[in-house]
Design a protein around this ligand. Structure first.
Ligand code: BES
Ligand code: ZN
Ligand code: ZN
Length: 501
């Protein structure tokens, strides 16, 4: 739980967190006050640890009778990561509660501070425990409570920020859970069930429609169905619609919102397992391919958040072409030709480039039947994007300069790493097929993230469109980095929510 109240420094409790930075730690009156309290031990620790208040520098001191422990921590640019890291230190100390004070360097945007505190605490408490035994679970210690204090009365915006941060954390955790579930437990039908669960809990703001194989066939989605045809499991084309409130109640009277609302369609790659198909992946590359539905999981996380706040005025759609990419006698063969919803024929030279096949029909469907102002797709699309940008950074492409610029600005503000890559038209020639309209790989061995994006772009005629290649940042296989633990990350939710609000 997160609590906040007005209190004089240093108050009492289990673990006091003193955030500082390299500019202020030397003359920080609070540090000096604590130093007196613990009889000079802080000064000694500062010397022993060569502490300079720099980003992520920290030490732990005894609490001088009023606290059990004092954690002194140097905050960089991210308050939420600082809180996440302090939470990890406190977990190792077996702390029961964290107590931190508002500091001048946090600024005065109390909504934002509250939001970051909640995100930092909740997301760093996340772990995927579903398949862990009792023994492991009992050993796991979590810090139960976080207290945020201020010597002055905290404005109501702080509480609103905390509340918003909680809602965001829940949506992100939902996405992380879905990504972390193995393909033995996460099927197209499971994604359908999740969509319906969101609809049910939404009390009318979300409606879900699911197209089965026959309906997809009738609409001409041969490209998506081609990916699905090798699997024993039925494909599901999931469409969600969130309708923003057109009016709100203020002072007991109903007010019609006069801000103009937009229609935005979020498309999420939802391959619940990517074996590569007959263009089979090597064993090592297949190990993490349960994550190939991370785009769809992020879209569900976002719709879940929208449903629970009900405040966003825009009409937001989610489109999830969900299926498995598997090997069988029914699988698509390299060289096969499929016909997409927009009538274009595609020579499938590599069945492992399946994401773009599923997304081709999904974006074409969105444009034809939903007619949104914007399409944003999230897809674990290419290993090439990871080669280009590494595991932390999303590649963003788009056909509208302003939209891309705006997205990048928001992402930077939300602390989600991103870098623009070009939709370089001359490379389209590599996607021309001798016997069909397109082939699904460039085949040069270079610029694979660009070919993937260009391919999807061939199925968007006139709508403003952003493509996010999240192959790297959707999943963290390395060490814990602030609020990003091991496993699914929920990349993109914060930025897209910030755009929608
Ligand atoms: N799902 C993969 C991309 C991927 C790789 C996601 C690693 C996350 C981590 C995608 O379907 C794929 O296999 N892409 C191929 C494309 C190639 C055949 C043109 C790739 O990146 O190798
Ligand atoms: Zn693939
Ligand atoms: Zn894939």
């Amino acid at each position: 739980m997160i609590y906040w109240q007005k209190n004089p420094f240093p108050h009492t409790g289990n673990t006091l967190v003193l955030f500082t930075d390299e500019h202020t730690y030397k003359k920080d009156p609070r540090l000096q006050q604590l130093n007196t309290l613990v009889k000079g031990k802080i000064t000694r620790k500062i010397k022993d640890h060569h502490f300079e208040g720099k980003k992520d520098e920290s030490f732990v001191a005894e609490g001088g009778g009023i606290y059990e422990y004092i954690i002194v921590y140097g905050v960089g640019e991210s308050l939420r990561n600082a809180i996440a890291n302090v939470n990890a230190i406190a977990r190792a100390l077996k702390s029961t509660s964290l107590h931190l004070f508002h500091s001048p360097f946090m600024g005065k945007d109390f909504f934002e501070i509250g939001k970051q505190v909640a995100l930092g605490f909740n997301l760093s408490n996340y772990s995927f425990d579903v398949y862990k035994g009792k023994e492991d679970l009992e050993k796991r210690h979590l810090v139960k409570d976080l207290y945020f204090y201020s010597v002055l009365e905290l404005p109501k915006e702080f509480g609103e920020g905390v509340e918003w941060g909680q809602v965001l954390s829940e949506g992100i955790s939902l996405t992380r859970n879905m990504v972390n579930e193995p393909a033995s437990h996460m099927h197209p039908e499971t994604m359908v069930a999740q969509a319906f669960a969101i609809e049910k809990a939404s009390k009318g703001s979300v409606s879900v429609q699911v197209l089965d194989r026959d309906e997809c066939q009738r609409l001409g989605m041969g490209s998506f169905l081609g990916v699905a045809q090798g699997s024993e499991r039925e494909p599901k084309f999931i469409v969600l619609k969130y309708e923003g409130r057109k009016s709100k109640v203020e002072d007991g009277t109903l007010k019609v919102e006069n801000r103009k609302s937009k229609k935005i369609c979020l498309v999420g790659k939802s391959i619940t397992f990517d074996s590569g198909g007959l263009s089979l992946k090597p064993a090592k590359s297949m190990e993490t391919m349960k994550i190939d539905m991370a785009g769809g999981a992020a879209v569900l996380g976002i719709i879940d958040i929208l449903a629970r706040t009900g405040q966003v005025i825009h009409e937001v759609w989610g489109v999830l072409p969900a299926c498995e990419n598997m090997v069988s006698g029914k699988s698509l063969r390299p060289g096969d030709i499929v016909t997409a919803l927009n009538g274009k024929t595609i020579e499938v030279l590599n069945t492992d480039a399946e994401g773009r096949l599923a997304l081709a029909d999904a974006v074409a469907y969105a444009e034809k039947y939903i007619k949104p102002d914007y399409i944003i797709d999230l897809a674990t699309l290419t290993g090439a994007c990871m080669v280009a940008l590494g595991e932390d950074i999303t590649g963003i492409f788009g056909n509208d300069e302003d939209s891309v610029k705006k997205f990048i600005e928001k992402a930077k503000k939300e602390g989600e790493e991103i870098c623009e890559l070009p939709l370089y038209k001359p490379y389209l020639t590599f996607l021309k097929s001798d016997i069909a309209d397109l082939k699904n790989i460039g085949g040069t061995g270079y610029g694979g993230a660009i070919s993937g994006a260009l391919f999807i772009g061939e199925f968007v005629k006139k709508t403003k469109w952003i493509h996010l290649d999240i192959a790297g940042p959707a999943y963290n296989s390395g060490a814990v980095k602030g609020v990003i633990g091991k496993g699914g990350t929920g990349w993109g939710i914060l930025t897209i929510m910030s755009l929608l609000t």
